[in-house]
Design a protein around this ligand. Structure first.
Ligand code: ADP
Length: 320
């Protein structure tokens, strides 16, 4: 293996830049050449590809976003687009591809590998933590910290005005951010798609808190559960409490990555290069019990990632 290429795809997440840096520097350390593909699979199809060197990744380790930019690419969903990408594989002499992104991006990598045989390795970069085959994804820790910081600020005003706040966090179809941020932020209730919720129980909990003199309440809602405006309206109708709804939105995607994410990104990036050098293909990097792992992409994508119900139950007990 002499020359590898790298792209970021799908939703961006804090720590992607640290991962790009790790891939580039680890590869150069071992004498490989690295090409950066811009704008996800769009750049792969359109030949938006340029060599990267040690200086290309200088001073990006703590920067949010991705210097390679990212995109969702309709062209790559189409066999004609992928054929163009394969022309670029030949033109640029690409012998292996590293894709940092989410499950959609790995499906794309897998299809391309099946069609053209290019060795591919995926690295999970998404704030949602919704990728099977890994305990944690790059960006999740930072996004949770951002959400908790917001909860902490909202708590102050919630207490002053004796209000109930409904805080909607990201996560697509998955409740990981909501569960972690709700537990760390001391939320009264956490609504996640993996677990049915009951307005009577939520309102009983709020009333119990109110009777023992609680000044405020925080309810964290995962975006995949229900409209948070609807949740706020129903709770307000049932309890008569003044409820406010806050949607954190894309705020959770940006910012300086946490040290945990930077370290994870660095380890995963280095491992991806090692795998390509060892002749491996169609692998998804992960972290399991603090060890960096590699799983077959098909195996990983055929699993569903389940939420840690012990954590969910604990959050319920501690916010009684
Ligand atoms: P994420 O990687 O964050 O899950 P998407 O699901 O939008 O984001 O996927 C990112 C990109 O991966 C898509 O825009 C598309 O270019 C490519 N992709 C996804 N699924 C496939 C597929 N089945 N075949 C080819 N390309 C795909």
């Amino acid at each position: 293996m002499q020359r590898i290429a790298l792209l970021t795809s799908g939703g961006d997440s804090p720590g992607m830049n640290a991962c790009i840096r790790a891939v580039v520097r680890k590869a150069i350390y071992h004498g490989l050449e690295v090409l950066g593909i811009k704008r996800g699979y769009n750049g792969f199809v359109e030949a938006d590809i340029a060599p990267m060197n040690l200086g290309s990744v200088a001073d990006i380790i703590l920067r949010g976003g991705t210097i390679l930019r990212t995109a969702r690419s309709d062209q790559f969903m189409n066999p004609v687009g992928r054929a163009k990408a394969n022309e670029n594989v030949k033109r640029f002499g690409i012998q292996g591809l590293i894709v940092i992104g989410g499950d959609g991006s790995f499906r794309g990598a897998k299809v391309f590998n099946q069609e053209y045989g290019l060795p591919v390795v995926g690295i999970p970069g998404t704030i949602d933590n919704d990728i099977p085959g890994t305990d944690q994804t790059i960006g999740f820790d930072t996004a949770v910290s951002t959400a908790v910081e917001a909860i902490s600020k909202i708590r102050d005003t919630a207490t002053s005005h004796e209000r109930t706040f409904i805080i909607e966090v990201m996560g697509r179809r998955c409740g990981y951010i909501a569960l972690a941020a709700g537990l760390a932020g001391g939320a009264e209730s956490i609504l996640i798609p993996e677990y049915p919720f009951d307005y009577d129980e939520i309102c009983d909990r709020l009333m119990r808190g109110y009777r023992r003199g609680k000044m405020h309440s925080i309810i964290v809602v995962a975006e995949g559960v229900a409209s948070s405006l609807e949740v706020g309206r129903k709770i307000s109708e049932r309890t008569g409490f003044d409820t406010k709804v806050i949607i954190l939105g894309h705020l959770q995607r940006g910012g300086m990555p946490s040290a945990t994410d930077v370290i994870l990104a660095s380890r995963m990036g280095a491992k991806a290069v090692e795998l390509l050098m060892a002749g491996e293909t169609k692998k998804l990097i992960g972290v399991r019990a603090a060890q960096i792992t590699a799983t077959d992409i098909d195996d990983a994508l055929s699993q569903t990632k389940s939420i840690d119900m012990e954590l969910y139950d604990l959050a319920g007990v501690l916010s009684i």
